[in-house]
Write a protein that binds this ligand. Structure first.
Ligand code: DX5
Ligand code: ZN
Length: 215
């Protein structure tokens, strides 16, 4: 079954509690939490205190996407805040294996993300160490951007590598995913669709969740 992970960045923060509870009730599989430091990406979002708040509002799996120049410095506070998985970028750690081991030794899952301009071949050697590959289909920093089609090539190459090598690594796609491109993203090989604005701006969240899960 394809999974849907709403990106909380797309929620209305004036009513964050309501947004999380409503998303939870609509049947989402997990939550995607975007952490930005103003260095690796040109925007700042939120930190461990908000992750802890969200963890208190839902029992669902929390995947925390660290768009940080030095993600390892913040592994511990985000684990303590209730992260079930932490994803960091290959662009900041070209040799990421030791950080995957560090995260697993802290009792959570490890994810690795690649920007749209990072060739898929660069990430393949590391996939066996990670629970999740997060393929960016926008340049990270802001919600609501348009989907970059070439991300589908990265997804397809990664899918083939995962299948050929019998890996358990899940493939997620993040950025500009909506009802109009969801099927193509899944056809390319994605297991998990991250949706920020498309999910939180939808009046039919339950139907959107069912549509994605049935792909
Ligand atoms: C981009 C973030 C994404 C983004 C998703 O920097 O990593 O998770 O907020 O939002 P949409 O779906 O609106 O592109
Ligand atoms: Zn993200």
């Amino acid at each position: 079954m394809v999974k849907i992970a709403p990106s909380v960045l797309g929620a209305d923060f004036a009513k964050l509690g309501e947004e999380i509870r409503d998303a939870d009730k609509s049947g989402v599989d997990l939550f995607h939490l975007d952490i930005m430091d103003g260095h690796f990406v040109p925007n700042i979002s939120f930190g461990p205190a908000i992750v802890k708040t969200i963890n208190g509002l839902t029992d669902k799996f929390l995947d925390v996407h660290l768009m940080l120049a030095q993600p390892e410095k913040y592994f511990e506070p985000f684990v303590k805040a209730g992260s079930d998985s932490i994803t960091f970028h290959l662009e900041v750690h070209p040799d990421p294996t030791r950080y995957a081991e560090e995260l697993k030794s802290m009792g959570i899952e490890a994810g690795l993300s690649v920007n749209p301009d990072t060739p898929a071949e660069k990430v393949l050697p590391y996939l066996e160490h990670f629970d999740l590959l997060l393929v960016m289909s926008v340049f990270p920093g802001f919600g609501g951007q348009s989907f970059i089609e070439t991300a589908l090539d990265t997804v397809a190459v990664a899918r083939k590598h995962v299948d050929d090598n019998n890996l358990s690594t899940k493939i997620a796609v993040d950025g500009g995913v909506d009802a109009s491109n969801a099927a193509r993203v899944v056809e390319a090989g994605a297991d998990i669709l991250v949706m920020g604005s498309a999910f939180f701006n939808s009046d039919e969240r339950g139907a959107l969740v069912k549509m994605v899960q049935a792909l």
